[in-house]
Design a protein around this ligand. Sequence first.
Ligand SMILES: [Zn+2]
Length: 354
Amino acid sequence: MDVGYERGSCPACGALERERVAGPDEIRRELESLWEFHLRRVEAGAPVEYLADRAVFSQDPPIALAGCRGCGTVYRDPRECGEDVAALYAEEELDPAALRDGFPSQLRIFRRQFRRLRRFAGRTGAGLEVGSFTGGFLAAAREGGWGFEGLDVNAQAVDFARGQGLASTRGTIEDAPPGRSYDAVAIWNCFEQLPDPRRAARTARSLLRPGGVLALRVPDGGFYAVVRRRLDGLAAPLARGVLAWNNLLAFPYRAGFTRRGLRHLLEEEGFRVLATVGDVLIPISGDRTRRWAAWEERALKRLLRTAAPAGAAPWFEVYARAEAGAEKVPARGTSPDPAPRRRSTAGDRARHSA
Ligand SMILES: [Zn+2]
């Protein structure tokens, strides 16, 4: 599929001032390194599809990456046109067997996100998940007594979730039923792939009742930028392992936020940040991963989890409350038009990036 490119400003704070984080040659080296990394860790004879969502992702690797001088957010520069990326996710062919096999682990993993969300949003309520994919989180929320509806751009993912008896509809956050108001909106592993994250936050704010909670889970661009500097030299094997096991090597995302950048964005859009929680990617070792490699992944992630409370983690979640009657301040670099347009946005990538 042909994808167009555009130059943009920082998706978090709108600043134009940027510095180069990685150029085309550096991205190519990271990509080669990522392939080598995973090829060594799968059993001989494993089909090449086994590398999907480990070394091969829905989106092509970036051409180059920039870092915002204002807030440190890392983003593709140039970046694929948002509409093209959205279409890519919508049209992506998913493997029915992989969806079926992956669902129980999705459910298990999302129970943790649900418990965290409940801490901030209350024991029960009505929620909306954007990028609900196969419905792992919707199922975890249902178990916990919440009524969550899902939206996803991919028809196959929506059909699968419905097959599990879950409420899922094809669409983006802009397609949420008008006039509805929710106690919580969750966007796990999808916010960073949206054409315009700020607009999505604004729409989420309009869908939440005052006091409602927005939950986001995103890759940490600041963490990536720091660790990738260690890809040469003595600490290279460790740096490579940390990035590769967390799907950050060669950066298969549109943007990597920083805690500071995301806080800035959310506060401008009428939210108050309640908590930021550092985390690691869900386990990506599978039945064809060599045993030592699966052990390596577990050990590394255990180590990273101990560092996460200090703010150094490859992924993080933000829980933010919709302030009552918050003034909407038009943000720099974005459209002042508060009316969300109907358009398609990227679907959930939980299976490769939770
Ligand atoms: Zn910025």
